[in-house]
Structure formats: structure tokens, C-alpha cells
Write a protein that binds this ligand. Structure first.
Ligand code: NOJ
Length: 751
């Protein structure tokens, strides 16, 4: 029926439209969103419907291979575009929206943006934040990003990225929450809560887009965009739960992914989108493709041309086409030819319009671009304070021999050396937002942070030493001379910020260039050297790890990097972060993760001849395990007690343990609970994180904490991919890392 509408006389259309718009305005209070969507849908031509399913980037900002269209404004006027991504700033979003208001049905545009770790205020990269294990802080970071972005006209963020990843060669590990499903699920939900605040439609909230559905993190060889081949059980047990957690937290949209899953591209995968997401999980929001991924199915070899790609994607449940231009060129014909049912297109349009209504855009299309609110939100001192807090919580102390950290504030001369000391933008990490007209000095460099901290008490010396990359050693001599003049040397080295991120897979995970050599030269001076490693992924640095007395893994910390690093170096913050990803000893150990299955010949030590399911040239252990991280105070664990020794399927067990701060610094400890099902119809991992608490303790203080074990924590997917708990014996382990188990007990689950 709709395709005949263009044939009607334009005056009739205008009267009809005005009538319906009037109805939708006057009845807005009484009509439900579903009714408003339906009345609008009835007015739309097929081309206008397809337009709603189409998303382009704003010209000039590329987060993928850009196709420039000169007539984009014209297309918006013709209702050929439902959404634009990468529109930066309130003014620009307003001007695009004005154009949309000249279209026949005045359907507002939806503005999407990768607000991944902040908008103007840049927070640490998500993997770094994950190491804080501080859900409230991560929720706050996402909240602030939403407050800033929504004031700048952004309706929708392409975050959180919830892909579990066990391969640090993959550059996108920086964007997620690491390797663990339980921790990743908690963080996914916290970030959705943060972005969406009190709900979609609040002017200080942005709609979340959970990505990349699904299994993108398991790309073969850690090569970006690569294939994924995994069992259904692995998919359900390890990779899907963070998506489900994000959905349960209310996430409005999902993004599918570039990879194929067991031979079917995720973008055209109806098992993922129709059966699981929109079927079993009853997801009522919409799915956007990844950038160009609809058209890229031609390269995958699953479809023959753009029309075939559009058919495959829309039928599989991909509602919006980001940038591939397949829907816009072919979908209307596919419908008129009867290849794609109109009902499928209507369903996709309905899902998108519903979100536009929920956002309140039909009531006021400009409600998210308010210059006053924007100016205030982008200059809020509380945001910088939160970024500093998040950043210091993200720094992982890997080594601290002879307690050389924290550095005493009375230290006379400090040498601050390395290519990252005075770097500005490097601190922002990969997914920063480049706002027009915003001064990049908004970043507190590491040099500035330290200067501010030591004030006039100490002398701060500087030498660059070398570049991040290349083999120029000409700065070594000056660096060594500078170190010799100091009481303490701080060396800041690492990756370039864009060596991790999308399309940034690396086969060599060493610290680039001659930076480690520089470190070795400085260590030869005999001065205490504290090494800061800035990176977007776990790197391999065994020589340095053995030789340096103190190492802080700082990741990329964002706007407040310098202040946060200074706080930790001088003990104004006691580091509390724990690794959310295993650090390998060598690229050859990858994939490496803590929750592996035992083999029939489990490695019991490094020297067993036959019982050695690892490599002859490497320790069986990673360099730093999941959950590892030191602080300035040791914590002791004692008195593990289980309320009962056995529980039924409907029962629970309380496990309590006492943690004591045995040092002289107040601090926080992440107490980790792991479980192992000793005998199962499907073999179970050696241990799985099932709960954790982050607690603050004053020096000498003790706290008893209690975990509750219920059937849910003991369940897993069986061979029929059913979620079951099997009676039998379990081991409960409580520790300071996945390897550093301090207390354990066994209990039984009965029928
Ligand atoms: C491609 C990335 O994979 C995705 O995560 C991102 O949201 C889009 N580009 C848009 O920038």
C-alpha cells in the first residue's frame, strides 16, 4: 500500500501529514509510543521507511572507510537518512536536525557517536577502568560521559563494548573489560546504567549500544575483523553473558560485528539476532550494523552483491545499515519484488522510531543540543575530579621491590625520563573524541602532574632519552647523565596510543623501539628506577620485569593522567587495581587465560617431564595472572568459614572470610571468589570468578565479608546447552588474584 503514496497529489499528502502530525502532537499525552509509531508508519512511503534504516557518517570525521556524498543534506531533506554518526558539537547537530525538519514527515535524525571512554573529559581506556574492579566508579565515568555528550547533541553512544578477549594481540582489547565473563558482565551492566542514567529520554542520558554481537573478541590469531569458530557452548558460557547483562540493565540498542561466526557473518546471522537476541532474549530495541559490515558480507563470500547483502542482513535482524549503502540502494526493490516482506521492514522501522519517540525527539528535536547546558557540562570541575579518581584506580602496581614506592615527598632530586613524560595527546588512548575548538591542553601531562605534586620541595629533571619507536639511541647519554644527578628515576615508556584499538592488531607485543634498552641503561646507574608502562593492551617485557625494582602499568589514563600518576607515585593514592587480563610471558603463550580446563596430564610444575601441558621453553605460568595487582600495604586473609558443608539446589551457603590491612597505608583490596566444580558432565574450568568485593581498610583494620553461594553460581551449560547445576563436590577459593589463593574449602551440592 505504502508504495502508492508518492503517486498521490502533493497537496493531499500535505494535508494528511499535517493532520497526523497534529494528532501526534495533540494526542502525544494520551497516545502510547506504540500508537504514535504506528500512526507515523502508516504515513510513510517505502523509500522513507528505508531511509530510517540508513545511517551515514558526517563528512570529515572518519571512524571507518569514508564515502563522501556531496548531497547528504539533500538526502536528509528527502527522508533518506535516519541517523548520522560522528556529528560533533551541539551547533552541528542542531544544523543537521534543522535540515531533517525540512523533510516531508519531519522525522528527527538520531545522532550516534563512539563515546567509549569519555567525551570532552577523557577517562581511562575501558580495559584500564576494568582493572579498578570498581563498578560504581565505572558507572560514574559513563554517567559523566553521557552528561557531556548529550549536552553536545549526541543521542546514542556506540558503547559499551563487551567482547570477552583472551588475546592481547587483538588491538581492541583496550575497549573492553578483559578476559573474564563474570567481571565483564558486571562491568557491562554498570556502564549501561551510567550511559542511560535515569532512562532513555532524560536529556542528560545517551542511549547505549552494546557491541559487537557477537564473539568478535575471539577473532582467530587476534587479527582484527577475523573469523571466529567456536562451539555453541563456549559462545553461551563465555561470550554471550556480558551482552545479556547489558540487555538486562536496559540497553536500548545492539551493534552486530565484522566477524563471521562459524562461517556466517554476524551481520547476516539470524541465529544471533533473530533466534537469540530478538527471540529468546526478547530484545525490543534495534540492531545497527557495524561500519560497512552489511556490504562487507560480499567480501566474506556469503552474499553475491549489495542487494543480496541487504536481504541477508535485514532478514537476519539487522535493522540499521551503518555506512554500507546497501539498504538504501536495494531494499525498496527487494520489498516490491517480494524478496523481503514489508512486515520485516516495518518491524525494523518501528524499532528505530520507537527509540526516537522514547528519546523525546518528536516532541522537541533539539532537546539534546542546548548551548548553555553544553557550555556548563563541558567545563564542570567535578568531571575532572572523577576522571582523576577513575584514573588512579586504574593504575596497576606490578612490582615494588624493597618498597621503593611510594616516593617520599621530601626526595630532593627526581629525574623524569622517557618519550611519554611530556606527551600530551598520547594520554588519551584510542577512542578519544576530538571536539572542535576544545584545547588539547585540557589533558594534564605526566610532567605537569608531577610538577604540581612536588611543588617547590624537589627538583624535577627531564630527558626524553628516545622516541617511542625507531632505533635512535642518541638521547641515551643525556638521559643517563640526568639519572645520575637524581635520587630517584621515573621512566615513562610504552606504546603509541594508536598502536592498540581498531585495526591495531600486533604480532609482536614487546615495548616498541629502544625503550627497554634505555631502561636497562638507566638501571645500570644503580639509581632506583620506577617504570611507568603506558599501553592499550598487556605487553611482553620480561627483561624489564626482572630488572626494574618498581613497575606501574598505567595504560592510557585520559585527561587527568598526570595527576593520577603523581597521586600514586607519591602515595596520595594507594594502588588497588587488579589485572582484568592475563599478561603472557611470550606471544607464544597466547591465547592465555586463567579459567582454562585441566588436561589429562596437568602441568604441576615447571620441571615435570611428562606432566607438562605447556611449552618446554617457558614457565607454565603467565607473567602476571588475571586478578593480580599490588598495593602499598599487604592484606592478610584468614578464618574462611562456610555456613554449612552442603546445600540443596534451592539452598545457599554463606562463605565468610576476614581481611586485614597488615601495612601502614590505608588502602583497598579486591577480594576474589573463585569456584571449581570438581566433576561435571562437561569438564569445568580450574577456577571461575563468581563474585568479588572491593573493600577499604585503614592500617591494622580487619573486616569480615560474606559471599552467598547459590545454584546460579554453580550452574553451567551442559552438552545440550542447557543451564544446569549438577550435584557433587565443589571447591571454593578466596584470593588476592586468580593464582594467589589464600583460603579454600570444599562443599557439596545435593539434589
Ligand atoms: C567500527 C567499530 O567496529 C565500531 O565499534 C564503531 O562503533 C563504528 N566503527 C563506528 O565508529
Amino acid at each position: 500500500m505504502q508504495q502508492f503514496v508518492p503517486l498521490m497529489r502533493s497537496t493531499t499528502i500535505r494535508i494528511l501529514c499535517s493532520l497526523v502530525l497534529l494528532i501526534s502532537l495533540t494526542d502525544a499525552q494520551t497516545m502510547t509510543i506504540a500508537q504514535r509509531v504506528d500512526s507515523l508508519l502508516r504515513l510513510m512511503t517505502l523509500d522513507e521507511k528505508v531511509g530510517q534504516l540508513n545511517q551515514y557518517t558526517d563528512d570529515g570525521v572518519a571512524t571507518g572507510p569514508v564515502t563522501l556524498d556531496k548531497d547528504k543534506p539533500q538526502q536528509v531533506k528527502q527522508g533518506k537518512l535516519g541517523s548520522i554518526l560522528n556529528v560533533l558539537g551541539g551547533e552541528r547537530t542542531r544544523s543537521w536536525q534543522k535540515i531533517a525538519m525540512q523533510s516531508r514527515l519531519r522525522i528527527p535524525l538520531l545522532f550516534g557517536q563512539d563515546v567509549v571512554h569519555g567525551y570532552k573529559t577523557t577517562f581511562p581506556i575501558p580495559l584500564a577502568e576494568a582493572c579498578s574492579w570498581d563498578l560504581e566508579a565505572m558507572e560514574r565515568a559513563a554517567r559523566i560521559a553521557a552528561v557531556e555528550a548529550s549536552a553536545g547533541g549526541v543521542h546514542w553512544t556506540f558503547a559499551p563494548m563487551v567482547d570477552i578477549s583472551r588475546d592481547p594481540r587483538w588491538g581492541r582489547v583496550m575497549e573492553g573489560a578483559g578476559e573474564d565473563t563474570y567481571l565483564g558482565s558486571q562491568i557491562a551492566a554498570a556502564r549501561v546504567r551510567g550511559f542511560q542514567g535515569k532512562g532513555i529520554g532524560q536529556t542528560d542520558a545517551v542511549m547505549a549500544c552494546v557491541k559487537h554481537f557477537a564473539a568478535y573478541g575471539a577473532a582467530v590469531g587476534g587479527r582484527d575483523y577475523n573469523s571466529v569458530d567456536m562451539s555453541d557452548r563456549m559462545l553461551w558460557e563465555t561470550y554471550l553473558p556480558p551482552f545479556k547483562a547489558a540487555l538486562d540493565a536496559g540497553a536500548g540498542t545492539f551493534m552486530n560485528s565484522f566477524n563471521d561466526l562459524n562461517g556466517i557473518p554476524a551481520t547476516g546471522n539470524s541465529y544471533l539476532m533473530r533466534d537469540i537476541l530478538k527471540g529468546k532474549w526478547n530484545f525490543s530495541g534495534f540492531v545497527v550494523s557495524d561500519w560497512g559490515s552489511v556490504g562487507e558480507m560480499i567480501n566474506h563470500g556469503s552474499v553475491k552483491d549489495p542487494a543480496d547483502a541487504a536481504r541477508s542482513a535485514i532478514l537476519a535482524g539487522c535493522d540499521m545499515d551503518m555506512e554500507s549503502r546497501c539498504y538504501t540502494g536495494t531494499l525498496a526493490k527487494l520489498v516490491t519484488d517480494g524478496v523481503v516482506p514489508m512486515a520485516v521492514v516495518d518491524d525494523a522501522v518501528r524499532r528505530i522510531l520507537t527509540k526516537k519517540f522514547e528519546l523525546g525527539l518528536f516532541d522537541d528535536p533539539y532537546r539534546f543540543c542546548d548551548p548553555k547546558r553544553e557550555a556548563k557540562a563541558l567545563n564542570e570541575p567535578a568531571h575532572a575530579a572523577a576522571a582523576r579518581d577513575m584514573a588512579r584506580k586504574s593504575i596497576v602496581l606490578l612490582k615494588n621491590e624493597k618498597n621503593i614506592l611510594p616516593i617520599s615527598k621530601g626526595t630532593k632530586t627526581i629525574a623524569f625520563i622517557g618519550p611519554l613524560v611530556k606527551a600530551v595527546k598520547q594520554n588519551k588512548g584510542f577512542w578519544d573524541v576530538e571536539l572542535p575548538g576544545v584545547d588539547s591542553n585540557f589533558i594534564v601531562t605526566q610532567w605537569e602532574g608531577l610538577q604540581e605534586k612536588i611543588g617547590k620541595h624537589s627538583t624535577l629533571l627531564y630527558a626524553k632519552g628516545c622516541e617511542i619507536e625507531g632505533n635512535d639511541r642518541s638521547g641515551f647519554a643525556e638521559a643517563v647523565e640526568t639519572a645520575k644527578k637524581a635520587d630517584v628515576v621515573i621512566l615513562s615508556i610504552g606504546e603509541r596510543r594508536d598502536m592498540s584499538g581498531e585495526a591495531k592488531s600486533r604480532s609482536d607485543l614487546s615495548i616498541p623501539g629502544v625503550q627497554v634498552e634505555l631502561a636497562m641503561e638507566l638501571l645500570k646507574t644503580g639509581k632506583p628506577v620506577v617504570v611507568l608502562i603506558n599501553a592499550g593492551r598487556p605487553l611482553v617485557f620480561n627483561e624489564l620485569a626482572d630488572a626494574a625494582p618498581a613497575i606501574l602499568y598505567t595504560w592510557w589514563l585520559g585527561s587527568e593522567a598526570g595527576n593520577a600518576i603523581a597521586d600514586v607515585l607519591f602515595g596520595d593514592y594507594n594502588p588497588s587495581a587488579k589485572l582484568a587480563m592475563t599478561f603472557p610471558r611470550s606471544v607464544g603463550q597466547i591465547p592465555i587465560y586463567y579459567n582454562y580446563y585441566n588436561t589429562g596430564r596437568p602441568a604441576t610444575g615447571d620441571n615435570d617431564r611428562f606432566y607438562r601441558s605447556a611449552y618446554i621453553d617457558l614457565s607454565i605460568h603467565p607473567r602476571y595472572e588475571f586478578g593480580y595487582g599490588l598495593g602499598y600495604s599487604p592484606f592478610t586473609y584468614s578464618g574462611l568459614k562456610l555456613s554449612v558443608g552442603s546445600m540443596s539446589m534451592t539452598g545457599t551457603i554463606q562463605a565468610s572470610v576476614t581481611i586485614t590491612n597488615a601495612g601502614k597505608y590505608a588502602g583497598e583490596e579486591v577480594v576474589q571468589l573463585y569456584l571449581r566444580d570438581l566433576v561435571g558432565s562437561i569438564i569445568r574450568p580450574m577456577k571461575e570468578l563468581k563474585d568479588f568485593r572491593k573493600i577499604a581498610l585503614a592500617p591494622g583494620e580487619s573486616k569480615t565479608i560474606t559471599f552467598t553461594i547459590d545454584k546460579e553460581k554453580l550452574s553451567f551449560y551442559d552438552q545440550h546447552v542447557q543451564w544446569v547445576a549438577e550435584p557433587g563436590e565443589f571447591e571454593l577459593m578466596i584470593g588476592a588474584s586468580s593464582r594467589d589463593i589464600r583460603q579454600k574449602e570444599r562443599f557439596t551440592l545435593t539434589k
